[in-house]
Design a protein around this ligand. Structure first.
Ligand code: HEM
Ligand code: NAG
Ligand code: NAG
Ligand code: NAG
Ligand code: NAG
Ligand code: NAG
Ligand code: NAG
Ligand code: NAG
Length: 362
């Protein structure tokens, strides 16, 4: 018995009824692959024991999947040369910062060994992100499933749909609204920056980087006045401005207080001007957002409950269900193009003669 949930439906009842295809089911794999969630959980837990950076990595992977063409596993697809396609994962917001794709590969291989061709990469990623939340101290949540995998992954979509770290409050709210997420979801989900790391280029870097908070402001020290001076000097020591000394692989913790605990310390830091990105500090510039930040400083329990709810909601964005998309066999590669009744490969722009393509439509 499965229960259907369509969280994005209550916008309007009519729109909801018309978009019934976007419904996911609790217990979707109960009959076809009952061990799926357990297998994913064990794979993620094993990887997390080895390196706690796995949790922030998988939570961000899920976010970057859902914001670009919906939660369809498109962020997992590799770029291809024939056809010549640069995939989402190789767009600047994703490369080199997304990491631990291999954990998803291992989870998929383990699930395929039990029940081949049943569990989508998009669901595996959604489960893995939820498991990462729990492993780092967040609240667990039941996750409806049945997401199907997309067949399209383009770097330009990632560039257009992912909010960059220099966005202001209005731009952030607009970006989230375009995914049917509220200002509250924005403030709640930004709390994911309580774990994980950032590269220098997301907050420092060579002149002209609009994300730069350390070297390019008009104030005497050239530091963003919204950033703690002491923190700015620490960051300058980690990320020197001189581009030839600039290590593209250097990273720094995003929450100095409790770097790998999914707690409310992000908000505590934020209200002390320790938010790392312009987009973090932006949450203090809008009264509605600031009130939410303050409420999460006061109550960690409130934030944790809301975080679980917003993650669940984010996990429903633009999902493919039913007969849409496919169940990818290898999360990095779209399945061979479907054959027509005549056994002829569907012709897709850019596909090679084998019909294999990274950019095929439906
Ligand atoms: C509100 C808009 C957001 C912006 C502008 C933003 C931007 C960024 C940037 C620039 C990084 C650092 C990447 C790097 O340089 O290595 C980052 C890291 C991270 N973000 Fe966000 N983010 C946003 C929202 C979110 C959301 C909604 C989530 C998840 C719910 C999230 C989860 C994370 C995590 C966990 C990391 C650390 C990744 C790791 O350690 O591998 N972010 N974010
Ligand atoms: C554990 O981490 C080490 C170093 O970070 C890595 O070489 C190794 O492959 C990892 N093992 C697993 C099972 O993830
Ligand atoms: C693939 O496309 C990129 C960008 O459009 C181009 O720079 C590159 O030369 C192309 N490579 C091949 C092998 O066609
Ligand atoms: C945010 O940025 C947009 C685009 O640059 C600008 O039009 C708007 O005035 C900014 N809003 C705030 C509150 O700074
Ligand atoms: C805060 O941002 C939201 C979303 O952009 C906007 O509707 C609201 O007017 C802003 N509030 C204030 C006080 O600026
Ligand atoms: C947002 O909701 C509207 C109305 O229900 C729907 O048409 C649209 O596809 C949704 N957008 C996303 C990204 O889910
Ligand atoms: C950064 O430098 C560029 C080029 O000098 C300038 O156009 C831009 O306004 C500067 N940004 C800030 C925040 O000072
Ligand atoms: C950056 O540092 C290198 C090596 O120390 C030096 O040769 C170069 O002139 C410096 N460049 C700038 C723009 O300061």
């Amino acid at each position: 018995m499965t229960r259907k949930r369509c969280y994005l439906r209550f916008a309007t009842l009519l729109a909801g009824l018309l978009s019934a295809a976007a419904c996911l089911d609790f217990g979707f794999y109960d009959r076809m692959c009952p061990a799926a969630e357990t297998i994913v959980q064990q794979t993620v837990a094993d990887a997390f024991r080895n390196n706690s950076g796995v949790a922030p990595a998988l939570i961000r992977l899920h976010f970057h999947d859902c914001f670009v063409r919906g939660c369809d596993g498109s962020v997992l697809i590799d770029s291809t040369t024939n056809p010549n396609n640069t995939a989402e994962k190789d767009a600047p917001p994703n490369n080199p910062s997304l990491r631990f794709f291999d954990v998803i590969d291992r989870a998929k291989a383990a699930v395929e060994a039990q029940c081949p061709g049943v569990v989508s990469c998009a669901d595996i990623l959604a489960f893995a992100a939820r498991d990462s939340v729990v492993l780092s101290g967040g609240l667990g949540y039941q996750l409806p499933a049945g997401r199907r995998d997309g067949r399209i992954s383009r770097d330009t979509d990632a560039l257009n749909d992912l909010p960059p770290p220099f966005f202001n409050a209005t731009q952030l709210a607009d970006s989230f609204a375009s995914k049917n997420l509220t200002v509250e979801d924005l403030v709640v989900l930004s709390g994911a920056h309580t774990i994980g790391v950032s590269h220098c280029s997301s907050f420092a870097g060579v002149p002209d980087n609009p994300a730069d908070r350390l070297y390019n402001f008009s104030s005497p020290e050239k530091i963003d006045p919204a950033l703690s001076k002491a923190y700015a000097f620490l960051l300058k020591s980690i990320c020197p401005s001189n581009s030839s000394q600039f290590f593209p692989t250097t990273t720094t913790l995003m929450d100095l207080i409790t770097p790998d605990k999914l707690d409310n310390k992000y908000y505590v830091g934020l209200t002390n001007n320790l938010g790392l990105f312009i987009s973090d500090a932006a949450l203090l510039t809008n009264a509605t957002m600031k009130a939410l930040v303050d409420s999460f400083v006061r109550s960690e329990a409130t934030w944790k409950a809301k975080f679980a709810r917003s993650m669940l909601k984010m996990g429903q964005i633009g999902v493919l269900t039913g007969t849409q998309g496919e169940i990818r066999r290898n999360c990095r590669v779209v399945n061979p193009a479907p054959r027509t009744a005549a056994g002829v490969h569907r012709v897709v722009a850019g596909s090679d003669s084998s019909g294999f393509t990274g950019v095929a439509a439906s």
